[in-house]
Design a protein around this ligand. Structure first.
Ligand code: ZN
Length: 484
């Protein structure tokens, strides 16, 4: 009995002590929470907290951006006195808008790949020069792009100082090999010039990437899209198409469409090769508008596309309620349709790739600071908007543009290509205000690259863009010959 009583007392004491501990523990938890949320920040910020001075601030040193063959496009280096990190762009203006700038949240790939560049998967131990403390210095991961330094250089050279944009894509993968937007800027001089750049009007802006953000009327390059819709809607009878072009066509006594000159009798192929607006107005009017719209949308219009950098969505507004005048103008690339050079390049690439539209991409793989590959991006099919047979026909028609149509000037001796030209009027009151387009692919027999060029100023016709393509292809073929 006695022993039991003692035990009872002891149990009660134990219980009291337990309760006290539980209460103390709860108070501690509550205080810890209060401390970390309310008190700690004010201590960290307090001027009496000397740890601020002694403990090195550990930051990830931003990773690098490389071309596909390992040339440094952007890197972080220490300033001469080793006191601050400087973002450096060894190629100056060459990759300007595509690589972008790290400042202000980042633009171009600097913005689009920020999560990799600032994410560290490796580091090295270094001694702090002030305190001697050892801490880990971390290096961000680096990004290898799909951009080809030599082709980028060739594209920039051939664009010269002409305002506009150019995109070059690998046909079978969708890799973007070159991307030019003029006028350009040197990101190394951003701190001095940013205010001036921001002051430029939107039409003169150097910061906008015209290749992905520029929305232009497609002009006659859009005839390839209308032609696809016609092939789809007239699979057995398209080759019966025939039209006698007198240089202008008036429908319902109201809407008149003009060609550069009277093309005479054209079949379907020559309507494309000669770029006959009158023939295409009739082709457009003959189409089922809903199916036509579906064809256009299947190529990527009205659809956001994530390529890791800023880009605009190409728009197509025509539908079953549109007027005849709108249908006619839209069929040959005027009207309210707008397209980016990237989207136009995708259309050419799809035709070259047997009807399979590849998703364009700029990031090939991500490595850590020791060069170990962490992630690799593979080609992705975006859509299959046409059959292989339709793609082959459209490719053949684009070849005819070169051999007997408006694109004869693109010929590079010893090599073949296929193109579609376009001159899109953008100011109704000024017939000379046109954007000059050329899209296409090369070589014709075994397509490797697709391209799109648009020039904004001083282009009364498509000829200047044809010249850019011809000179670029000359460089392209010599570069690839030297590599094999
Ligand atoms: Zn005509």
């Amino acid at each position: 009995m006695q022993r039991r009583g003692v035990r009872k007392i002891r149990n009660r004491e134990t219980n009291i002590i337990s309760y006290v501990f539980v209460v103390l523990f709860l108070v501690m938890i509550v205080y810890l929470g209060y401390f970390s949320v309310v008190v700690a920040p004010s201590i960290e910020d307090s001027v009496y907290n000397q740890r601020i001075e002694r403990e090195p601030v550990i930051e990830v040193r931003r990773g690098s951006i490389y071309s596909s063959d390992g040339a440094v496009l952007a890197q972080t280096v220490l300033s001469e006195d080793s006191t601050e990190e400087v973002r450096q762009y060894p190629f100056g203006s060459l990759f300007a808008q595509t690589v972008g700038m790290a400042r202000g949240g980042g633009s171009g790939l600097e913005g689009g790949t920020d999560e990799y560049l600032t994410r560290s998967t490796s580091g090295v131990d270094v001694a702090d020069p002030m305190s001697g403390d050892i801490y880990e210095e971390q290096y961000g991961d680096s990004v290898y792009t799909t951009l080809d330094e030599s082709l980028q250089q060739a594209a920039v050279n051939q664009m010269g100082d002409q305002k506009g944009a150019m995109v070059v894509m690998d046909v079978s993968t969708g890799k973007i090999l070159a991307m030019v937007s003029n006028p350009s800027y040197d990101p190394n001089t951003a701190s001095e010039n940013m205010q001036d750049w921001l002051n430029l009007s939107s039409t003169d802006s150097v910061l906008v990437n015209r290749a992905t953000q520029g929305l232009y009327p497609p002009g006659s390059t859009f005839k390839m899209v209308t032609a696809l819709a016609y092939l789809q809607q007239n699979p057995d009878t398209w080759s019966d198409f025939s039209y006698n072009c007198t240089g202008e066509l008036t429908v319902d006594g109201a809407t008149t469409v003009r060609c550069t000159h009277a093309h005479g009798k054209v079949n379907f192929e020559m309507a494309i090769a000669d770029s006959c607006n009158c023939a295409f107005s009739l082709i457009g009017l003959s189409l089922d508008p809903t199916a036509y719209r579906d064809t256009v949308l299947s190529l990527g219009f009205n659809q956001d596309l994530d390529i890791g950098i800023e880009n605009s969505t190409p728009t197509f507004l025509l539908d079953a309620t549109s007027s005849k005048a709108d249908v006619m103008r839209t069929s040959f690339g005027q009207g309210s349709t707008s397209i980016t050079p990237l989207e136009n390049c995708m259309i050419a690439a799809t035709i070259a790739n047997g009807g399979v539209e590849m998703k364009p991409y700029l990031i090939d793989h991500v490595v850590d600071s020791d060069g170990n590959i962490l992630e690799t991006f593979s080609p992705e099919v975006y859509n299959t908007p046409m059959t292989e047979e339709q793609a082959q026909l459209l490719g053949k028609f684009m070849r005819s543009v070169v051999t007997k149509g408006t694109g004869g000037g693109v010929n590079v001796q010893g090599y073949t290509c296929a193109v579609k030209t376009g001159s899109a009027q953008y100011d109704d009151s000024n017939p000379n205000a046109v954007r000059a387009w050329t899209i296409g692919f090369a070589p014709y027999e075994n397509p490797q690259i697709a391209f799109a060029v648009v020039l904004e100023d001083n282009a009364t016709e498509s000829t200047p863009s044809v010249r850019v393509v011809r000179d670029f292809l000359y460089d392209y073929f010599s570069i690839t010959a030297s590599r094999s």
